[in-house]
Design a protein around this ligand. Sequence first.
Ligand code: ZN
Length: 296
Amino acid sequence: MEFTRQFPDDAACLEHLWRTRHAPDGEHADCPKCERERVFRCYKTKQGRQSWTCTGCGHHIHPTAGTIFAKSSTSLHLWFYGMYLMASTRCGVSAKQLERELGVSYRTAWRMLNKIRNELMKQDAEPLSGEVEVDETAGGGRIRASDSARGKQYVYAKMSRRPTIWGAVERGGRIKVKVVKSRGSADIEAPMFELVLPSSMIITDEWAGYDHTRVSARYLGHRRIRHEDKIYVQGDVHTQTIEGFFGLFKNGVRGTYHAISTKWLPSYLNEYAWRYNERESSRPMFQTLLENAAKS
Ligand SMILES: [Zn+2]
């Protein structure tokens, strides 16, 4: 209801893009041809589409140009509604759900989801700092009882084929996640060195991949927690924040999408990280998506 009030139809969505991208007052915009501010009027083109035209030189501005909506045969109203649905659920929506809700084909729903996920839910570039928990987990596929029954070697082979999800999270702050090749030192330290500032206190489990000498030399400090001894929490030395995120991600994926292939893992992960980072924001997620859509 709230959505329909704000965006009753296609024209309202287009008007929104026009105002946020070009003309805050709906009338005055910079004309690239006249190279100055001009009054623009809205006309309907022969195809029934709205276009804004400079009253000085006749130059047209299409508010969707350069956005994810440009050249899409899906109506702007459906796009906006799709964004609204994605922003109003905690775990996201699947292409199947979107297909049903919007009445579009599965293929269209799938393409819309990917565009929104990859282009509007971007992780910011700002590196992490402060107390930062770093950890990794196997992504995609589960080890089932039937796998275990086939022996250790089989399980090991299956596990080693799974991609590794690497993650770092500021205590009480933002998260960065990435799909990396393996749990090996080079693969897990590289994103840490890139995405976490040297002034940070690094907290990891005792996995030797995070070389204590190298990590302590580079950072303010490196605290480790020994999981194998079942000492999960020693004062504030724990990695529960990042593990909590991994758990949330895996449960969410299982609940919403059942299973996802390695190919799409980065894009789902991206969506989850984005949601996590948005959670403290006072601005509704839909508003942020709208802003990002106007930027692109
Ligand atoms: Zn002009």
